[in-house]
Write a protein that binds this ligand. Sequence first.
Ligand code: URA
Length: 251
Amino acid sequence: MKKEIVNIMNDISSWLRYQKQLGVESISMGSELSSFLNHAVQSKASSQKLTSINEYKDEIPAETDLAGLRRIVENCKKCELYKKRRNTVFGEGPENAKMVLVGEAPGKEEDIQGRPFVGPSGKLLTDMLNAINIFRKDVFITSVIKCRPPCNRTPGHEEIAACFPFLRHQLRLINPPIILALGLVAAQILLNEKAPLKSLRGRFHQWDNARVMVIYHPAYLLRLKGSQQLDCKRVAWHDLQILEKEYDKYR
Ligand code: URA
């Protein structure tokens, strides 16, 4: 695979920024590379201000139902991601679900199947839900971004700005009492917060009529190793138990 250096550097810088916001404090590497990347991370972070939720332009007719919205998403060309997608991944689940799960963006398997969370992180997500007696068929699962970013990189500001109105419309139509934000991108966008995930998780926030719980993204849990993975899984388990209590009110 050939890739321009500037694209590689952008991917590395956004990955590093993501790790930083997740709370990863250090990564071992040579000092020259390290100081170069530090500069790239800082300048990119300062150019990516978090847009207020109301600034995401919404051109979706108010009367559009979920089926209509799915068709709009399938034909969307608002950002560059449409060029490489095999399928859009709109999301799936009951229209009257009591909980909507919001991930970041489809990965390889999701792009192939056109369904959310069907790859390795989807398997972990399903197991996490089952552990608190919640089943996929009962919840609506979607992501902030509906097309796969190349190489699973973190979605860029323009892509989020283009795609967020679809999620907002989905949430307004389903109107769930609970939203589960999976990972930093979903959490920061929904809560309009720039804080790291570790300071947002573990408690409920408000979004319109819904209570929003933030947990570690299953893909992040899968990427961690050793004791760091165990610690974060323990934390995720704690958060899932809080979620279960809230969800019980609507069973
Ligand atoms: N990660 C996400 O955030 N969404 C998916 O659909 C799959 C993986």
